[in-house]
Design a protein around this ligand. Structure first.
Ligand code: 13P
Ligand code: SF4
Length: 319
C-alpha cells in the first residue's frame, strides 16, 4: 500500500507538470479510476471518454483503457498528444475484425449502410458510415431503420443481434465477440436469480442472447451504473467486466452487487469477468508514460480523416 500511495502521488505530480489529463474506462484498475476523478479527468463509458477527450483543453491526454479508445481520442483530436500506459492493450472485437477482410465484406454488400462498434481499428472505422458505442447503437440503428436503410453491422454479433431484435432492422452481422462477456452463462444466471429473487439483473449487451434475455436493464457501462443508482432495488446481479463494481459500489453505497456467473477457468478466460487487456493498465506503467512521455498513439492522418466522419456522425446524433 505504501508503494501504491507513493506511485499515486507521483502520477498526480506528473499530470500537473505535463499539463496532461487522465481519461479512464470503468474496467481499469480502481486506483486509476480514482486518480482520473481526483485530478479533473474522467472515468466513464466509451462514448463519454471520446467526448471528454475531444472537449478537454489539455494538449496531452493519457487514455487508460484499450487501444481503440486511444485511437478514437487521436482521431477526434489529431493535434493532441495521446499516450497510453500499454500500447498492446487491445480487444478481441478489434482483433477479430481485420480491416482487409472487413473491407471485402463491405464491398460485397454495397447496398448496406455500414455501422461499426467503437471497439474496432481506425482503418475499420474509416470504411464505415457510422461508428456507434453500446450506449447509443440501438438508437442510431433504429433511426437508420426508420429511414428504410439496410445495415451491415460489425464486429460484435451479440450486440448486433440484440439491436436487430429490438429494432427489427435488416442487419447483416459480422461474427465477432468480446472474450469477457461471451463467458457469461444464462443457465447459471437463472439459478443465481432464483437465489436472489429480489435482485435486478444489469447486463452489458456484448453478452450472449440467453443472458440478455434475463436482464432487467441492458445498457452501456455508464447506463448500468446509472440504473443501479436510480433503482429502488438494493441488490443487483451484474453481467459485465468486474472492474465496474468499484464505481458501482461508490455511486450506490449500501447496495449489494453480485457478479454474474461465467464459465470460470476456460481456455479463453482465465480470470472470469475481467478483461486481460484492460488489466494491462497499472499505476507503474501510467507513471512511466508520464515520466517519459512515451507510448504515443499515432493514426495515419488519411485514415483518421476518413474515420472521423463516422465518429462525428454518432457525436452529432448524440448531441
Ligand atoms: P462501454 O462503452 O459500455 O463502456 O463498453 C465499452 C467496452 O466494451 C469496453 O470494453
Ligand atoms: Fe474488448 Fe471485451 Fe475487453 Fe471490452 S471487455 S476491451 S469488448 S475484450
Amino acid at each position: 500500500p505504501a508503494e501504491r500511495t507513493a506511485l499515486r502521488e507521483r502520477i498526480k505530480r506528473l499530470l500537473k507538470e505535463r499539463e496532461a489529463v487522465l481519461v479512464a474506462h470503468y474496467y481499469v484498475d480502481a486506483d486509476l479510476q480514482d486518480l482520473a476523478e481526483e485530478t479533473g479527468g474522467c472515468v466513464s463509458d466509451s462514448l463519454e471518454m471520446a467526448r471528454f477527450g475531444r472537449d478537454h483543453p489539455a494538449k496531452t491526454l493519457v487514455v487508460a483503457g484499450v487501444r481503440f479508445m486511444g485511437e478514437t481520442a487521436k482521431i477526434l483530436s489529431p493535434e493532441k498528444r495521446i499516450l497510453m500506459p500499454d500500447l498492446d492493450a487491445t480487444c478481441s472485437l478489434d482483433l477479430g475484425c481485420p480491416a482487409d477482410e472487413f473491407t471485402a465484406f463491405c464491398d460485397a454488400h454495397p447496398d448496406r449502410t455500414v455501422v461499426v462498434y467503437a471497439n474496432t481499428s481506425a482503418a475499420v472505422k474509416a470504411r464505415a458510415d457510422w461508428m456507434v458505442t453500446s450506449s447509443i447503437g440501438l438508437d442510431i440503428v433504429a433511426h437508420l431503420h426508420a429511414q428504410g436503410k439496410k445495415i451491415l453491422w460489425a464486429p460484435d454479433k451479440h450486440l448486433g443481434s440484440y439491436i436487430q431484435k429490438q429494432t427489427g432492422a435488416d442487419m447483416l452481422l459480422w461474427q465477432g465477440s468480446c472474450l469477457v462477456h461471451d463467458e457469461f452463462k444464462g443457465i447459471e444466471l437463472d439459478l443465481l436469480k432464483a437465489e436472489h429473487p429480489n435482485a435486478k439483473v444489469l447486463v452489458h449487451p456484448e453478452s450472449p442472447a440467453n443472458v440478455v434475455a434475463l436482464a432487467d436493464v441492458v445498457g452501456s457501462t455508464s447506463q448500468m451504473i446509472q440504473a443501479a443508482v436510480e433503482s429502488d432495488c438494493d441488490t443487483f446481479i451484474v453481467a459485465t467486466d468486474n472492474g465496474i463494481l468499484h464505481k458501482m459500489r461508490a455511486a450506490a453505497p449500501g447496495k449489494t452487487f453480485i457478479e454474474a456467473p461465467t464459465a470460470g477457468n476456460s481456455a479463453t478466460c482465465k480470470s472470469c469477468a475481467h478483461c486481460p487487456w484492460m488489466a494491462m493498465n497499472g499505476l507503474q506503467n501510467l507513471a512511466d508514460v508520464l515520466e517519459n512521455m512515451g507510448n504515443e498513439i499515432h493514426v495515419d492522418p488519411a485514415v483518421g480523416q476518413a474515420a472521423v466522419k463516422s465518429i462525428n456522425r454518432m457525436l452529432d446524433f448524440a448531441a
